[in-house]
Design a protein around this ligand. Structure first.
Ligand code: PPS
Length: 297
């Protein structure tokens, strides 16, 4: 059955939780507190991972909150009706989550001292993760084929809009003291150092034992076992666990088992065109877009 997406300012959003009213409220009326901490991502870039890390940091590494309270209640999706109510009732400092592109982010943020943590990921791995997620999540159209989904992704014809526009928009804030950029690849490569930098950024210095606890409790294995963040508590009409696993593989470079050589070259071409001016600074670019597909004969 065709999914009726919510359209807001030229961008489509999954229906059900998001409405034009909730998005409009988030953009224009959401009251930002100076000690709010925003967890922002393009979908499938490490959003729930960052919720776990930040929740643990705020609790000095103690995993009790993470183990007993759903992630959507710890770091609500404030663009949704339900998330908005949760956000209003949270004590400070609040963790808040969204996938909003910068042009429709709460206006009040820009005159506040609130902090943003923006997590980026190799767009090819984002695409692969998004493709599998779309198959299990009923709020998303079932992809016709991997190649079709790749085309839609590159055209920005997916929920939350173009990956390129999202990144370029948020990267304009680079250098501001209240925004922290981190990549999924960095988190994988150096979880300890990443947690240390994140805790410093949010003003919650941790000792070695606390950092170790954050790293361990936010590991892929720990998160898979934790029903407060592994999405198994979501209703079947929203996410069909029979069609996939939300915490699917949790690795870098899975795109190599999905892209054909032709798809890889095509992606590379569009990436070079769209990322003019921003190329050469992201960790996934260091490996190059070599044609090393395991999908080709
Ligand atoms: S969503 O739906 O946009 O909120 O999804 P998001 O949380 O951004 O991204 C889901 C992908 O992140 C992976 N993930 C992790 N990888 C490594 N370590 C940890 N701890 C971790 N937690 C989540 C998750 O497995 C999804 O990636 P894929 O590639 O599909 O496995």
């Amino acid at each position: 059955m065709a999914v009726q997406y919510v359209q807001y300012k030229g961008i489509k959003f999954p229906p059900g939780y998001n409405t034009v009213e909730s998005l409009c409220f988030a953009e224009n009326e959401f009251q930002v507190r100076d000690d709010d901490i925003f967890n922002i991502t393009y979908p499938k870039s490490g959003t729930v991972w960052m919720i776990e890390i930040l929740s643990l940091i705020l609790n000095g590494g103690n995993p009790t909150w993470n183990q007993h309270v759903l992630n959507s209640l710890r770091a609500p999706w404030f663009t949704t009706q339900l998330g908005l109510e949760t956000a209003h009732n949270l004590p400070s400092p609040r963790l808040l989550t969204c996938h909003l592109p910068i042009q429709i982010f709460p206006k009040a943020f820009f005159s506040s001292k609130a902090k943003v943590i923006y997590t980026l990921r190799d767009p090819r791995d984002v695409l692969v993760s998004y493709y599998h997620f779309s198959k299990m999540c009923t709020c998303f159209e079932d992809p016709k084929s991997f190649n079709h989904f790749l085309e839609s992704f590159l055209n920005g014809d997916v929920c939350f809009g173009s990956w390129f526009d999202h990144i370029m928009g948020w990267m304009k804030l680079k250098g501001k003291s209240n925004i922290f950029f981190i990549s999924y690849e960095q988190l994988k490569q150096d979880p300890w150092g990443s947690v240390e930098s994140l805790s410093h950024f949010i003003g919650k210095e941790l000792d070695e034992a606390a950092i170790t606890s954050v790293v361990e409790n936010a590991s892929f294995d720990a998160m898979r076992k934790n029903s407060m963040c592994n999405s198994t508590m979501l209703p079947r009409e929203f996410m069909d666990q029979g069609k996939g696993t939300f915490l699917r593989k949790g690795i870098c470079g899975d795109w190599k088992t999905h892209f054909t050589v032709a798809e890889s070259e095509y992606f590379d071409k569009i990436y070079q065109e769209k990322m003019q001016g921003l190329k050469g600074i992201f960790p996934w670019e260091q490996t190059g877009l070599e044609s090393n597909s395991e999908r080709d004969p």
